[in-house]
Design a protein around this ligand. Structure first.
Ligand code: ATP
Length: 514
């Protein structure tokens, strides 16, 4: 546990030190759960968005992208259910005065049971060695079965109570499980209350006739209200999708996990409009496609899993999360939801406008069903960043810190380094940069010995270093060094561009989805 916390602390301090993420308004002691992306972070974030956009919009003939406003007519949020139902159940510990999400307290308790199962598996795997059959063990070991049953029954009860809005029972559950406040260790809890997560603001100059507005808590509604505009102007036929990347705002109760849970964050969402009755088929299809997208980045299959929801949101008839192994355990990275016709039907009702599709094959009108894929840019950033940060033991006994960001997402693709600062080497390095900068983000670095520069670029996540030395003057070759393998090769200056392109091109990575 301590170890995991240490790793997470290292992730946060590395993000600051290497120009990725800092607390917002840090000079004023920061703003809780709000963060700024600095020079490298801004590039990584942009690359993540591009990787998603290309996979979703450019690679699908029937998916288009939009960019809707953050402010929306306030009735939108009545229709979407956010005014009445976008609540989190909160509970306070009377001794520490700390506030928690009641469901998260219970889920953390279950995560500890699951950790016990993992431990049993590890122990048994050591004991049985090569003959160990994990699936068989999980199905038959009495202790593991006991843990599993307990975890399942707790989650079922939590799901049932939340569904029925029986907040008293959520509190009972916390008391029965004897869950203590992680800060004070006390079990002295208040009642569970609902708390609306939307930020409100006002539109208009004078107080009397100002309109109450909300900062959007999700980007999806900007897609729903534009469903017909896009369908008609694009003459789109069902099934088709509308994608969007943009900011969303939530007044989160628990906001302690760096950029995992922020109050201002960014989402990449796609709503797929389909014929009613085909939703389960499409839901399964999008689960599969989205998992493939994640796996294409090569961050380890074992770091992802699906978590199907027990408790469904008010709009959903099936929902699953893609969870990722963050430094603090498996947590939601992306949601895939079958939203039925809830949103469009509700907007029809509140706006009085028809939001229907004429299906030429069936010769009839209907309100389409929707399957949504929704991923947080910042969570994806944290997944990539935390998974990439490694401390490696080298053969000569030293260690190196390296940020193995998938090359396609790396902020800077190459650093060009003159071996020394004279003999015309800097001039050649600049000439190489002048050629590369048309295609890639590249930087020049001449300070310190070349070994130190390599380490600096490793830690910053730069996949290639190009070193210009005296041999370059003679035969127009340079050394190209790979960040991950530390392998060095001599190649012609004229081949540098193509060598980098082969490894950073989006096409090369997205092809792995096929
Ligand atoms: P959680 O249960 O973690 O609060 P959620 O189920 O409310 O998340 P959704 O409403 O499904 O999340 O939002 C879709 C995606 O948006 C999430 O999978 C996540 O990646 C991202 N997201 C949601 N809330 C936040 C937040 N406060 N900060 C950063 N990303 C977020």
């Amino acid at each position: 546990m301590v170890n995991q916390e240490d790793i997470f602390k290292k992730v946060i301090s590395h993000a600051k030190e290497y120009g990725y993420v800092v607390q917002s308004s840090e000079i004023y002691d920061g703003l809780s759960a709000v963060y700024d992306y600095t020079q490298n972070g801004a590039e990584l974030k942009k690359n993540i968005k591009e990787y998603w956009w290309k996979a979703m919009v450019q690679m699908h003939e029937n998916i288009v992208g939009i960019d809707a406003a953050i402010f929306m007519h306030p009735t939108t949020w009545k229709a979407s259910g956010h005014v009445d139902a976008f609540n989190d159940p909160l509970i306070d510990n009377k001794d520490s005065k700390k506030r928690y999400r009641a469901d998260v307290l219970v889920e953390d308790y279950v995560a500890r049971i699951e950790a016990k199962i993992d431990k049993e598996v590890q122990k048994a795997s050591k004991r049985f060695g090569e003959t160990f059959d994990k699936n068989q063990f999980l199905k038959t070991n009495p202790r593991v079965l006991g843990y599993q049953e307990k975890a399942e029954s707790i989650l079922k009860r939590l799901g049932r109570s939340l569904e029925a809005e029986d907040l008293a029972d959520v509190k009972n559950l916390i008391e029965e499980l004897e869950i203590a406040c992680p800060v004070s260790g006390s079990k002295n809890w208040t009642d569970v209350k609902q708390f609306n997560l939307m930020f409100g603001t006002k539109l208009g100059a004078s107080a009397e006739n100002a309109t109450d507005l909300y900062l959007r808590p999700e980007t999806a509604q900007g897609i729903f209200v534009n469903f017909l505009n896009v369908q008609k102007s694009g003459r789109l036929k069902i099934p088709f999708g509308i994608a969007q990347i943009g900011k969303a705002f939530r007044n989160e109760i628990v906001a302690r996990q760096f950029i995992f849970r922020m109050r201002e964050f960014e989402q990449m969402e796609m709503q797929y409009f389909i014929k009613p009755g085909t939703q389960i088929e499409w839901y399964e299809k999008w689960k599969e496609l989205r998992m493939k997208w994640h796996l294409s980045l090569g961050m380890g299959e074992e770091n992802y899993r699906f978590h199907d929801h027990e408790k469904l949101a008010h709009y959903a008839d099936a929902a699953s999360d893609i969870e990722f192994r963050f430094p603090f355990g498996f947590k939601e990275l992306e949601g895939i939801h079958s939203r039925t016709d809830f949103d469009l039907a509700s907007h029809e009702k509140y706006s009085g406008k028809k939001l229907q599709y004429f299906d030429p094959e069936l010769n009839q009108n209907y309100v389409p069903y929707v399957v949504e894929t929704s991923i947080g840019v910042d969570r994806m950033f944290l997944a990539v960043f935390s998974n990439s940060l490694k401390e490696e033991e080298l053969e000569n006994g030293t260690t190196r810190i390296v940020l193995k960001i998938p090359a396609v997402l790396a902020p800077t693709k190459a650093a060009v380094l003159p071996l020394i600062k004279k003999d015309g080497l800097p001039e050649i390095a600049h000439k190489i940069i002048d050629d590369l900068k048309w295609d890639f983000n590249v930087i020049y670095d001449e300070k310190d010995a070349v070994g130190r520069r390599y380490r600096r670029q490793d830690a910053a996540g730069t996949p290639f270093c190009i070193t210009v030395d005296h041999q370059t003057l003679e035969d127009e070759t340079v050394t190209i060094r790979h960040r991950d393998s530390m392998e060095q090769m001599r190649i012609a200056v004229s081949a540098v561009n193509e060598t980098i392109a082969n490894e950073v091109a989006i096409k090369h990575w997205l092809k792995k989805m096929e």
